[in-house]
Design a protein around this ligand. Structure first.
Ligand code: GLN
Length: 380
């Protein structure tokens, strides 16, 4: 088993960020923007603390945030959500995922996962008593096939947990992929736990398609979003969970004993932020797309083989054409000898099925990306 996935190992993000701190490297490993986030939203959070929003808010979340969430997803994704019964606030999307697994799984239940997958999924599934069943996606397309799904689903499948857009592949599931997945969930009576934290970070004119918006999946889908990603405030850890009332009741039972609630000042600020004009969200997307193009061009000029990135703020390169066969070793050299931290994508596979893809975060100022490119150029 990949040691990254043994239950209590240290996350690859922490390992690489620690190395970056020690070596003074440009950190394009752990995904966080160096943009400070919108000032008006940050001011709301500060004002809320001064104004006294400091005691336990309701367990399901501030009513104003739940109403703002319903309005936001109506505006952007056409979802009809009842703020009273279908929306809950958690301390980040990761709490929402952990809680959903604890709430839904019984020991021995199987969970279908698509690898490479976000590093928290497997340890959380295992600690909740579940058995992961992997569908392996391979570069450059990281595409889904009916055969692979048929091999992963079984009568014991209880849930499918996936990220769309996908971190680390920077791809999105097509409508046809989602049709196929929905079909398998319905046939196997499985719940779709949809980690959609990258929903606003999609490029080239693509629009995010939420599984919860499908009438045939409405009762069996948990949609998870993240204010940290929406506002480039990753440390805030404000997660938004959406599901039909019977499912939400079960999710709320897990949440009440995990964190119970989330800082009220941050909730108030996110409620305000979700109502920002369309231009804010479109501008964020355009800025990230510009950074993606700038960094992709720089990497290409240096001879890297850049894989397509249509969502998330990550770019992957295939290092096989450089004669490299071990991404972990490559990333270790990159950070210690050349001063650039990146993430080896093999860390996101259970059995390291792919070992020649490296992930860079491009949500950085031009000067930071240029400095990373200058350091990478000295590699040769
Ligand atoms: N989501 C971030 C990434 O993919 C990492 C979050 C974390 O450090 N746990 O890089």
């Amino acid at each position: 088993m990949n040691p990254i996935f043994s239950a209590l190992s240290t996350s690859v993000f922490e390992v690489m960020s620690q190395l970056a701190r020690e070596t003074g490297a440009v950190n394009l490993g752990q995904g966080f923007p160096d943009d400070p986030g919108p000032l008006d939203v940050r001011r709301k959070a500060a004002d809320a603390v001064v104004d006294g929003w400091n005691q336990y808010p309701p367990m399901m979340g501030l009513p104003e945030l739940r109403r703002a969430t319903a309005a936001h997803y109506k505006r952007w994704q056409g979802l009809d959500l009842d703020p009273e019964t279908e929306i809950m606030v958690t301390s980040g999307a990761t709490e929402a995922i952990a809680g959903a697994l604890m709430a839904i799984l019984s020991p021995g239940d199987e969970v279908v996962l698509f690898e490479p997958m976000y590093d928290a999924y497997v340890p959380l599934v295992r600690r909740a008593g579940g058995i992961p069943k992997f569908v392996t996606l391979k570069p450059p397309q990281f595409g889904l096939s009916e055969e692979a799904l048929a091999a992963a689903f079984s009568p014991r499948t209880k849930a499918v947990l996936f990220n769309n857009p996908l971190n680390p592949t920077a791809t999105i599931f097509s409508r046809a992929d989602l049709d196929l997945l929905a079909d398998f969930c319905i046939r196997h009576d499985a719940i779709a736990i949809c980690d959609e934290v990258w929903e606003h970070v999609v490029f080239d004119g693509h629009r995010h398609v939420p599984v919860l918006g499908r009438p045939d999946m409405r009762e069996r889908t948990v949609k998870i979003s993240s204010a940290g990603k929406i506002f480039s405030l990753t440390g805030w850890k404000v997660g938004l969970v959406m599901a039909a009332p019977p499912l939400m009741k079960v999710l709320a039972k897990a949440h009440q004993y995990i964190t119970f609630t989330t800082p009220p000042n941050l909730q108030a600020a996110v409620a305000y932020g979700l109502g920002k004009e369309d231009g804010y969200f479109e501008g964020m997307r355009a800025d990230f797309q510009r950074s993606r193009d700038r960094f992709a061009q720089g990497l290409t000029d240096l001879g890297f083989s850049v894989l397509p990135s249509v969502g998330t703020y990550f770019l992957n390169v295939d290092i096989a054409p450089l004669g490299e066969s071990d991404d972990v070793n490559f990333c270790r050299r990159l950070v210690t000898e050349h001063g650039v931290a990146a993430i080896p994508v093999s860390a996101f596979y259970d059995q390291a099925a792919v070992k020649t893809v490296v992930r860079f975060c491009f949500a950085k100022r031009d000067a930071t990306l240029d400095e990373a490119l200058t350091r990478l150029a000295k590699r040769q």
